[in-house]
Design a protein around this ligand. Sequence first.
Ligand code: SF4
Length: 315
Amino acid sequence: MQSEFKSLREIPPIDYYTAGRRTCAGCGPAIGYRLISKAAGPNTIFIGPTGCMYVANAHQFLTSPYSVPWHHTQLGGGGAAAIGIASALRTLMLKGKRKPEDINVIVMGGDGAMADIGLSGLSMGLSYDYQRLLYIVYDNEGYMNTGVQASSTTPWGATTTFTPSGKVKPLGNTRYKKNVALIAASHPNVKYVATATLWPPLDLMNKVVRALNSGGPSVIHALFPCPKGWFTSPADTVMLSKLAVETGMWVLWELIEGQFKLNYRPNPRKHVREYLSLQGRFRHLKDEDIDKMDKMIEEEWFYWNESAKQEKLIL
Ligand code: SF4
């Protein structure tokens, strides 16, 4: 069983997501994959529904950036494939056809694959009692490899090719972001649910360890910046993750067997302008739109603080 990392020095130098990939420079999901695979260790099977982490890492003959087993599924099939693999491993071990051992089954699906098209597979996986079954939603807030279309996790006010800011709809996207972690938390069998981003890296890595050791199915909803779809500098990816947390736009929390814990409370909270101003997808917003978004964040924090006080999610 993998133990938690106490400092950056304890992070193993070995990579299971290695060089040779073709993601954009500064790709948040690629950095996230590297950290997550280090935390999970070598006894891991990754399942990759179609998305950037499939397309940009697509295997050509005898090449792959993954040095552990990695299995592609179509866009909506990640959850079902994970249930099948976890079930097959358990059956083979019960029948004595495989030596009993801890094997991690991790679905790494984007917001298209986990929050939209494949949400049913994630939901079904949380209804079983398979151990070391982890669903990670790597959320770059859009369908990026197909041309930056909006998904259900695209934030309010962002411009995408499906929600372009223009004369008729100057705001761009007018829908609110779907909270996949809250949906996951409403499943009675789920053992562990958390949110994460690239900052702090140990927070992300230790949440992977806790999820895998939780004794049942688990979910991590991770915000990973995407320079292509967010129109940001590749050099800003980790800083954007940090600013998302410091402006309160992304809330770091975990639910361990029903007990809610707030991992970080920004104090003082930075104005959301600091986060938005680095991203081209929000360039069209007026000052009053940005202030409105900051007010929405402030109101949401009342909810998070109340949940922290009561140590349970107020759903
Ligand atoms: Fe990464 Fe975004 Fe490029 Fe996809 S489009 S490879 S998520 S930076």
